[in-house]
Write a protein that binds this ligand. Structure first.
Ligand code: PEP
Ligand code: MG
Length: 584
């Protein structure tokens, strides 16, 4: 019998995928206390030791398969877990508990985990307290082997992920790094919302995904064939041959559309009335260079640098920053690369290395995030600034500041940049004196005061993912409230329009780099609002270019001005649909 599960569809270039499910169990493993007869206890301890050895082998394989250009801290993170697997505090103590309590290995391990967690909970140092997560990680790894559930194998040589649909509770940044270019067909997660990092990743990989599918890992089974419909947010299992043929036909249709779009790569991004619209790429890692080149992007409008800091014990040093940025600059020679400075906090948590700057926050999205964290922790920020400035001597880089809410923050960063330049000058290190410094408008306060920001900065870029989150007071990663996430909410549209107008008045370029910029449903609306620079995941760029090339921007501007007047009383969605269906 077919099973259909629904969630939130996410799709980039491709909308449908068919592939075998590959279960990744990252979340809670269900463990039940089972008594083991005395005569069986030796077998049980052997079973535990074998599981321990398998878990070590899995981790070593993952470690060996980390791509060469992955930040070195990720390997260190795995090394720590390997050391913990060897530690007597886990290995020997669990064996003793199996014998002492007469219980199965899974439960003994859980008891040991709880004992260790209590010790960590009592520690005063907040950093050491958070290390409890490492214990959980390692314990889960062994429990999964014990439970004979399909173990994590993002890096397992024996199991290729090529063509498979990843099925997981959620995906961590470390998973995403490892899976990035393994040719997965799609993914399905139990958690997540359209603007979560997982969803953004799916779009940037150009693969279909359905996120927020409750209990997906219970209803869908490892190894069965799944159809992932990222357009409608549906996952189907156990479908018959006729339905399968239907979806395969749709995949072929998509491939034909992609082939057609690829003819636009070298065509200018210019409207019917010959206005230029700049199309740039959003990237996260050097691995995105190829897709950026293939899309014909004019440069990088948003380089998210958070990955350099995640899942590691130490913060990256200046040389590591420099290596990462140089690789991107060399891969995309001569085009502008907008490096967004560290945007950690909220959904993008640091997993180590910065004890003082990462205390538990009640409301992390409103807390010490992004530029706030950088200004509080110059030791995090300065190496990044120095590296960007050093590379600016030879590459056309731009600095972009995330989550600005107060113009005072711009002043503080500009001072820090001047101090860093003075340091480099004193050391005789060349840099670009006039490196452009821009800021993201992603907090309503910044949009309302956009003119003041425009006066201080060389360019603005609208981050709609956060702008919508903060305007509508909904956590962008909370799937309970994602039904309220609405790019067409009149308040959001007004803030976007105010930002574009303020930047135009000040003669400062303004771009958009939130997901809205890469969503073809909004292209004509944004063009009509006067936006002339879009930055998006490379997979969407050609579709957006196709729409631009078929649009008359003067006409659109008149239509959208009328639409903006009506937005209080009418359904904006319908008006936008109308706009999209009218001929250019
Ligand atoms: C945004 O908020 O729109 C944005 C581009 O930044 P991020 O998604 O990385 O927070
Ligand atoms: Mg943002």
């Amino acid at each position: 019998m077919s099973i259909a599960c629904t969630g939130i569809g996410v799709s980039g270039r491709r909308r449908i995928a068919v592939g075998r499910a590959h279960l990744l169990l990252r979340g809670q493993v269900e463990v039940i206390p089972m008594e083991v007869p005395k005569a069986e206890l030796d077998n049980e301890t052997d079973r535990f030791r074998r599981a321990l050895a398998t878990a070590q082998q899995q981790l070593r394989q993952i470690r060996d398969q980390i791509p060469a250009n992955t930040p070195s801290g990720i390997a260190a993170f795995i090394d720590t877990h390997l050391l913990m697997l060897e530690d007597t505090a886990i290995a020997d103590a669990t064996v003793e508990l199996i014998r002492e309590l007469g219980v199965c290995a899974e439960w003994a391990l859980q008891v040991r985990r709880d004992e260790l967690a209590r010790v960590f909970d009592e520690m005063e140092d907040p950093y050491l307290r958070t290390r409890k997560d490492d214990i959980d990680h390692v314990v889960k790894q062994i429990q999964k082997v014990l439970l004979d559930q399909h173990h994590d194998s993002a890096g397992d040589e024996t199991l290729s992920l090529e063509g498979q649909v990843i099925l997981a509770q959620d995906l961590t940044p470390a998973d995403t790094i490892l899976m990035r270019h393994q040719g997965i067909a799609g993914f399905v997660t139990e958690f997540g919302s359209p603007m979560s990092h997982t969803a953004i990743l799916a779009r940037s990989l150009g693969i279909p995904a359905v996120v927020g599918v409750r209990h997906a890992t219970q209803y869908l089974r490892h190894g069965e064939t799944l159809v992932v419909d990222g357009e409608h947010g549906v996952v189907l299992a156990d479908v018959g041959p006729a339905a399968l043929a239907h979806f395969e036909r749709r995949i072929r249709q998509q491939e034909a559309i992609t082939a057609e779009l690829s003819k636009l790569v070298d065509r200018p991004s210019e409207s019917v009335d010959r206005q230029k619209v700049a199309l740039l790429a959003n990237i996260e890692l050097a691995e995105d260079i190829a897709a950026t080149r293939d899309s014909g992007a004019e440069g990088v409008g948003l380089y998210r640098t958070e990955f350099l800091y995640m899942n590691r014990q130490q913060v990256p040093d200046e040389e590591e920053h420099l290596r990462a940025y140089r690789e991107v600059a060399q891969g995309l020679p001569g085009v502008p690369i907008t490096i967004r400075t560290l945007d950690l906090g909220a959904d993008k948590q640091l997993d180590g290395g910065c004890p003082d700057s990462n205390p538990p926050a009640c409301n992390p999205a409103l807390g010490l995030r992004a530029i706030r964290l950088c200004l509080k922790e110059p030791k995090l920020f300065r190496p990044q600034l120095r590296a960007i400035l050093r590379l600016s001597a030879t590459a056309p880089l731009r600095i972009m500041l995330p989550m600005l809410s107060h113009v005072r923050e711009v002043g503080e960063v500009l001072t820090l940049i001047e101090e860093t330049k003075a340091e480099l000058r004193a050391e005789g290190i060349p840099f670009h004196e006039q490196i452009p410094v821009g800021g993201m408008i992603e907090v309503p306060a910044a949009a309302l005061a956009a003119a003041a920001f425009a006066r201080q900065l060389d360019f603005l870029s609208i981050g709609t993912n956060d702008l919508i989150q903060y305007t509508l007071a909904i956590d962008r990663i909370d799937d309970e409230v994602n039904y309220l996430f609405d790019p067409l909410h009149p308040a959001v549209l007004r803030l976007i329009q105010m930002t574009i107008e303020a930047a135009d008045d000040q003669g400062v370029p303004v771009s958009m780099c939130g997901e809205m910029a890469g969503d073809p449903r909004f292209t004509r609306l944004l063009l009509g609002m006067g936006l002339r620079e879009f930055s998006m995941q490379p997979g969407s760029l050609l579709e957006v270019k196709r729409i631009i090339r078929a649009s008359d921007l003067r006409k659109l501007q008149r239509q959208v001005t009328a639409l903006m007047r009506k937005i209080d009383s009418e359904d904006v969605g319908l008006l936008v649909d109308q706009l999209n269906h009218e001929a250019a």
